[in-house]
Design a protein around this ligand. Structure first.
Ligand code: PLP
Length: 360
């Protein structure tokens, strides 16, 4: 199987050696041992600092989609109203998921190259009166980063729960779960945390726990067991001790570097990436630079190239980037500079290869 020296896929990102090492230990039983539960609790406390919340953080086995599905199913029953704020693959996709679960869904839609505009969201929320409003912080397939604070305020105004996918921004960009009134905040392990795709994390507010209790959803992805499961030393399945050990190293690395420094590193690498692409004559996909995400840069496939030719040429030089999905397939390519890949030297090497490939 081919591996690449210059890995710039926007998740799963390269897993650094110190995190890989955590997976290599022999551990005891995560069902029974105190050491596991206290490790889990340290991870939960660290995630609370990274995401600026005093809410409980459920850390489930699985990857991001488990969190997205489980949180919807845990707080809603069929027929409940969901307002999906959408400006990309995941925002529209979450609306589709809620529809598949038989919710009454309205979408406030924006262009994939844009971010949500609060006034339109407020009007829709006041008219539709949803039980849950969903939004995506960073739309990974299109490289945008929206603003959540004002949408959180709208949720307060209409008494809706606020469900936010910050899978590809959390840890690399400021996320203020408590200040922004986020009731269900969703994170995956394979983006900024730089672990394999094997953990899903959900911050759950008190109003969201009340909804969990009222709905009573049971299932593999249910949030309910995570409310007291760790305190009771009784979880719904054998947890992934290896992944939790990796998560603890990952959160420590972020907190030891310092959140301000981590956010600055992401912002600086992203700005460098954008300016190099523009110098090469490559247009960014988002409408404006101020809505570009610090964790991933989406750009238009250069004139005269197809995605498959560009991808093949880069792989031939030991570099791998991301294509895109849905309406952006074959139009957009993406450079992932989150977590371990928010590294100026790595991104510089990648952009040097890209420049060289485009000259030929
Ligand atoms: N949400 C966003 C914004 C994502 O980028 C992704 C994955 O790329 C997911 C959710 C789903 O996460 P996973 O692929 O870990 O299931």
């Amino acid at each position: 199987m081919q591996t690449y020296d210059v890995g710039l896929v926007p998740g799963p990102v390269s897993v650094p050696p110190e995190l890989r090492a955590a997976y290599q230990g022999n551990y005891g039983s995560s069902d029974l041992e105190e050491e596991f539960f206290s490790l889990y609790q340290r991870c939960e406390a660290d995630l609370g600092k990274i995401l600026a919340t005093s809410n409980r953080v459920a850390i489930q086995t699985g990857e991001g989609m488990i969190a997205l599905w489980g949180a919807l199913k845990s707080v809603l029953r069929p027929g409940d109203r969901v307002l999906a704020v959408a400006n990309g693959v995941f925002g529209y996709g979450i609306g589709d998921m809620a529809r598949q679960l038989a919710m009454e869904v309205e979408v406030v839609g924006f262009g994939y190259d844009d971010v949500p505009e609060p006034q339109r969201v407020r009007e829709a929320a006041k008219r539709f009166r949803p039980r849950l409003l969903t939004a995506v912080h960073c739309e990974t397939p299109s490289g945008t980063l929206g603003s959540l604070q004002n949408i959180g305020e709208i949720c307060q105004e209409v008494d809706a729960l606020f469900y936010v996918d910050f899978v590809s921004s959390g840890g690399g960009v400021e996320v203020g779960v408590d200040d922004w009134h986020i009731d269900l905040g969703l994170l995956g392990s394979q983006k900024v945390l730089s672990l394999p795709p094997d953990l899903a994390m959900v911050t759950v507010s008190e109003p969201a726990w009340s909804a969990v209790e009222e709905i009573g959803y049971v299932g593999y992805d249910a949030l309910a067991p995570w409310r007291t499961g760790v305190d009771d030393r009784y979880l719904p399945y054998t947890h992934n001790w290896h992944a939790i050990a990796g998560l603890h190293v990952a959160t420590r690395l972020i907190l030891d570097e310092g959140l301000t420094a981590v956010f600055r590193r992401h912002a600086e690498v992203a700005a460098y990436c954008r300016s190099r692409l523009q110098d090469m004559g490559i247009a960014l996909f988002p409408l404006r630079e101020d809505i570009c995400s610090p964790t991933v840069t989406a750009a238009q496939i250069p004139e005269g190239w197809s995605w498959s030719d560009l991808d093949r040429a880069l792989r031939g030089r030991g570099m791998v980037v991301g294509g895109s999905y849905g309406p952006l397939a074959d139009k957009v390519f993406r450079i992932g500079h989150m977590g371990s890949q928010a590294n100026r030297d790595l991104v510089e090497r990648g952009l040097d290869i890209l420049e060289d490939v485009l000259k030929k």
